[in-house]
Design a protein around this ligand. Sequence first.
Ligand code: HEM
Ligand SMILES: *[C@@H]1O[C@H](CO)[C@@H](O)[C@H](O)[C@H]1NC(C)=O
Ligand SMILES: *[C@@H]1O[C@H](CO)[C@@H](O)[C@H](O)[C@H]1NC(C)=O
Length: 341
Amino acid sequence: MAFAHISIHVLLALGFSQIATAASTKHVTCPSGNITANAACCALFPAVDLLQEQLFDRGKCGEQAHSALRLAFHDAIGFSVHGGKGGGADGSILAFQSSELQYRTSPFQKTDKLIHLAAAVGTANCPGSPRLQFKFGRPPPRAPAPDLTVPEPTDSVTAILERFADAGFLPREAVALLSSHSVAAADEVDPTVPGSPFDSTPGTFDSQVFLEVLLKGKHFPGNGSHVGEVASPLAGEMRLQSDFAISQHPLTACSWQEMVNNQHHMQTQFKAAMAKLQVLGQPSNLIDCSDVIPVPAPLKAAIKYPASFSKKDVQIACDLLSFPDIATVPGPAPTVSPVST
Ligand code: HEM
Ligand SMILES: *[C@@H]1O[C@H](CO)[C@@H](O)[C@H](O)[C@H]1NC(C)=O
Ligand SMILES: *[C@@H]1O[C@H](CO)[C@@H](O)[C@H](O)[C@H]1NC(C)=O
């Protein structure tokens, strides 16, 4: 993982500190020339530049940006509204690498303490994404989160929604968070095909993933460990069983379908759910440094069915909403290219 490239020593040399001062004025011009609402945020601009240059390959929405977003989720979700679990979005996944990072759902080896900043910056590199908030000044994490707080793709929808509820999220907020799978690929689900994207456009934050997970898939009836699985009908695309099951479940099917071809809705729902995730378990007096996050580029075009697909291929699971009309890309059925590292 490329997080290893940025050592905490570099960031400390830049004057970066987890402990921010509470001084606040309307507009401050930082030594870097950047303008922010709060002087305490000035320390972050050089860190943002460093992340963009060194981690995200000059501002790309590639593998590292995707990984940063996922790592932020894994760090934060180790939290329970009922107590007894970890400290939430506290950076503990980084500070306590020897435990949280060794859980089987946390494949990150070595990294730094900037995970929630990195996630917001990396996501902003994906055209179509909302500009996520960033709150600064988390106290040092106290302990690693316990194991088994991160949902697995083989878990039932009931188990997944229970885990999200335990962390404080409604079913529709869980669906909103899964917008992240629009900028995502799997390396470990099937290690023989690393970098297999969850939709045909892993470099843009669009509702293509909500559409493509609904396409009728290839079935593996009565076949050992694959019983009941429905794989993506698109060559090269990975479909998580959990995403498909959530798209079909009565508690989530309409929230899922509502995202399809509804970019503004997807952005606002994701931004709101992420705002909760990013401060889970954190004190309420963090400093709003959202203005250090770059403004994402807008999406250039509406989503389309991949070539050769149309509405007849959609496995509709929500009766309450009409399904949107969407154009089809011309040509023969595509093969989705892997996300390279
Ligand atoms: C139902 C809950 C979820 C399950 C079961 C799940 C499962 C997974 C799995 C199995 C992968 C592929 C890992 C690999 O093989 O490399 C993945 C990737 C990813 N997930 Fe999730 N996930 C869930 C929710 C979330 C949430 C809430 C977020 C963020 C808010 C998120 C963000 C990502 C991202 C960005 C990737 C791509 C990572 C990369 O391409 O490097 N996931 N997820
Ligand atoms: C901060 O200023 C630098 C130098 O002008 C610029 O390249 C960078 O984009 C600015 N950052 C933000 C988040 O506006
Ligand atoms: C079972 O499913 C897998 C899917 O990964 C497939 O490769 C295999 O050929 C199937 N076996 C049988 C007997 O259908």
